[in-house]
Design a protein around this ligand. Structure first.
Ligand SMILES: *[C@@H]1O[C@H](CO)[C@@H](O)[C@H](O)[C@H]1NC(C)=O
Ligand SMILES: *[C@@H]1O[C@H](CO)[C@@H](O)[C@H](O)[C@H]1NC(C)=O
Ligand SMILES: *[C@@H]1O[C@H](CO)[C@@H](O)[C@H](O)[C@H]1NC(C)=O
Ligand SMILES: *[C@@H]1O[C@H](CO)[C@@H](O)[C@H](O)[C@H]1NC(C)=O
Ligand SMILES: *[C@@H]1O[C@H](CO)[C@@H](O)[C@H](O)[C@H]1NC(C)=O
Length: 604
């Protein structure tokens, strides 16, 4: 570790304290000894070598200890900290294209808020310090690009911080808005509040280049088993932006409720929402999509079909099968039952109206069509379906029903294409019988479909799908289902995918272990929040900081194990809390203050 330079006349201050004694709030400080932050009681003499806890975490680490996710590229820095002036932050984006202009204002405010939230009681005792100039430079070559995230967006950036004359200059360069935005997040993490000197400080001489290891870094939220307020969704997007997650997969509708306003079919949300206050209006959705975009996040809707339809379809029972059939466990995995009837034309005209609103509102660059948990017993319960199949000489066994499903998927996809004006948007489907390697090539085209894995990581389907050339998104339930653990909602046991997947498991859920030699076909991963037992009251604790562990796995893809990340995650969790995210603690606070004393072995 380089020598730590203590700046700004601390020695002078220490001299005063020799005469008048330390103020009451100065009790402990830290110093970095053998890569460990060691706590000690302050006195007039040792004050000059004392570091505040975040400064110590920042410098006493094998990299910059305040960054999460850690950069995936070259990092050069000196252990200099400079006092900065919160009231004097100047953005200069004059060289950036006009299409981004309206996005800067939001991000400037967001940056200021990040800094404000570092202050205890939102105020700063030691005024003054250097002004910061933030220079935003966008490579001219992508000038005309619309500011929308796609699978081809280059999210890389470089960030240099230097002190020049009486300014701190932060120079951020990227190909587009998204890269710059990530650079600003990193910059905000190079700034810490020093509670010994009572001032904001920045790491003063830094040069880093950074880019994501995986392009799809997401969370899935199910807003049908429970409704989430727009406010809680925005809070989630804010936290995602802090850790550079870029995809909010919105499982908006399911059999339990239909909370999305569909303009041409208002009965769907009128009859299907838990209450008329628990509806996402077009205005809400537009707001959320824009909120995500400002934070570098695509909002991707899912309409899960042909299973998982029930509430809302009361006026269209003819377009469904096994509607609210009982006993439910004979027909579906969860009450209430219902599946679309693929043999009825009207089914596709309702779908068209749903897809139309989704495409108008979300303008998705990738669309999710669900496709999980189809129960053949549901379809075989309806005589007209059996007659239709018999008319085509299909058997009424698994093979025939798989054909029926494949036929549905083909027609539903054509319906998507018709509302997407034949843009051929890539389609995601959950793993299912249809994606079984035995059937997949017959029903799905690898150039068009992306498969989202929700089996356990070592399920043989995974490699079978990859061998057949499909791209995948990983959400293996044995690491990335964040609803696992705790009691079942049906029986007096733990829930189906117990145990709880701890952050360490999430962190070590490596794409290389899952995809073996096919990692290039892995777009990325998503953590899934299924909401049977989660709503906005416990959402933050379920997501954070586990979703941060996923974010680092996908952004940095470190070869290190979780032990190496523990200290940074501990501090990062504190930052989430300071920014209004009710993230759960990962260790006692004592361990935050006595890092190495909590280790149980010498493997660190
Ligand atoms: C912003 O940067 C441009 C180009 O480097 C420069 O000409 C301009 O004076 C700067 N504006 C401010 C307000 O610093
Ligand atoms: C900043 O870092 C660079 C490269 O490491 C070095 O050449 C330069 O002297 C440093 N500047 C200061 C003020 O320490
Ligand atoms: C950032 O710093 C690196 C290393 O010191 C240097 O090579 C690079 O040119 C700098 N970039 C900018 C934009 O100043
Ligand atoms: C359903 O649509 C198909 C194809 O457009 C058409 O041939 C068929 O007659 C329609 N069936 C009914 C009952 O309207
Ligand atoms: C798959 O992983 C689970 C949990 O990690 C383990 O219990 C199971 O034995 C594994 N199955 C195979 C076939 O390796």
């Amino acid at each position: 570790m380089a020598t730590l330079f203590i700046l700004f006349g601390l020695i002078f201050v220490a001299n005063i304290y020799l005469i008048i004694g330390l103020p009451e709030d100065l009790v402990y400080g830290y110093e970095c000894i053998a890569n460990d932050c060691v706590k000690f009681e302050l006195n007039e003499e040792n004050l000059k070598r004392a570091l505040s806890l975040p400064v110590c975490y920042m410098l006493c680490s094998d990299s910059i200890g305040t960054l999460w996710p850690k950069p995936n590229g070259k990092v050069i820095y000196d252990s200099y900290l400079f006092h900065i002036d919160l009231g004097n932050i100047l953005f200069n984006s004059s060289t950036s294209p006009a299409v981004y202009a309206h996005l800067w204002k939001v991000n400037e405010e967001r940056f200021a808020e990040r800094l404000q939230n570092k202050l205890p009681d939102k105020e700063i005792k030691n005024k003054g310090g250097y002004p910061i100039k933030i220079l935003i430079n966008i490579d001219n070559s992508e000038f005309k690009e619309v500011s929308k995230l796609t699978l081809n967006t280059d999210e890389s950036y470089t960030l240099n911080v230097t002190k020049e004359d009486n300014f701190i200059i932060a120079d951020i360069r990227a190909k587009n808005f998204f890269g710059i935005r990530h650079g600003l997040e990193t910059l905000s993490q190079l700034i810490v509040y020093d509670d010994i000197k009572h001032e904001l400080q920045i790491l003063g001489n830094v040069s880093l280049s950074d880019k994501p290891a995986f392009r799809w870094r997401g969370l899935m939220l199910d807003t049908a088993r429970h409704f989430y307020s727009v406010k809680s969704i925005k809070r989630t997007l804010d936290a995602m932006a802090m850790v550079k997650l870029n995809t909010f997969h919105w499982h908006i509708i399911d059999s339990q409720s239909f909370p999305m306003e569909i303009k041409a079919r208002p009965e769907l949300h009128k009859l299907g929402a838990y209450s008329q206050r628990k509806v996402y209006t077009h205005r809400d959705i537009t707001e959320i999509v824009e909120y995500g975009r400002q934070r570098g996040i695509r909002i991707m809707p899912e309409f899960d079909a042909p299973a998982h339809v029930c509430e809302g379809w009361q006026n269209k029972i003819s377009a469904t099968a096994c509607f609210k059939a009982t006993p439910w466990s004979n027909y579906c995995p969860e009450p209430p039952c219902g599946q679309l009837d693929p043999t009825i034309n009207d089914t596709y005209s309702v779908l068209q109206d749903i897809y139309q609103d989704m495409f108008n509102l979300f303008d998705p660059d990738v669309f999710h069509m669900g496709g999980d948990e189809v129960f053949f017993a549901c379809w075989s319960d309806k005589q007209s379906i059996a007659d239709w199949m018999t008319g085509l000489n299909w058997d009424l066994e698994n093979l025939g029903f798989t054909q029926l499903w494949g036929n549905f998927q083909m027609k539903a996809m054509r319906t998507v294409d018709s509302v997407a004006k034949n843009k051929q948007v890539p389609i995601i489907l959950w793993t299912s019988l249809l994606t079984d390697p035995v059937h997949i090539n017959r029903y799905l085209n690898k150039r068009r479909y992306i498969i989202q894995i929700w089996t356990e990581q070592n399920d043989s389907q995974v490699l079978g799908i990859l061998e057949r050339g499909f791209r995948i998104i990983v959400s293996n339930s044995d690491a990335l289902y964040f609803d696992c653990g705790g009691s079942s909602w049906l029986e007096a046991e733990t829930n189906w995918c117990s145990p709880y997947n701890g952050w360490q498991r999430v962190y070590e859920n490596k794409m290389e272990n899952i995809a073996k030699g096919y990692v290039s076909q892995v777009l990325g991963a998503e953590a899934a929040v299924w909401s049977e037992q989660i709503d906005e009251q416990n959402l933050d604790q379920r997501l954070w900081p586990r979703a941060s562990a996923l974010a680092e796995r996908l952004w940095s893809n470190p070869s290190d194990n979780w032990q190496k990340a523990l200290a940074r995650l501990r501090l990062h969790r504190e930052n989430l809390v300071k920014n209004g995210i009710a993230a759960e603690p990962i260790q006692p606070e004592w361990c935050l203050q006595n890092p190495k004393s909590c280790l149980i072995s010498s493997q660190f």
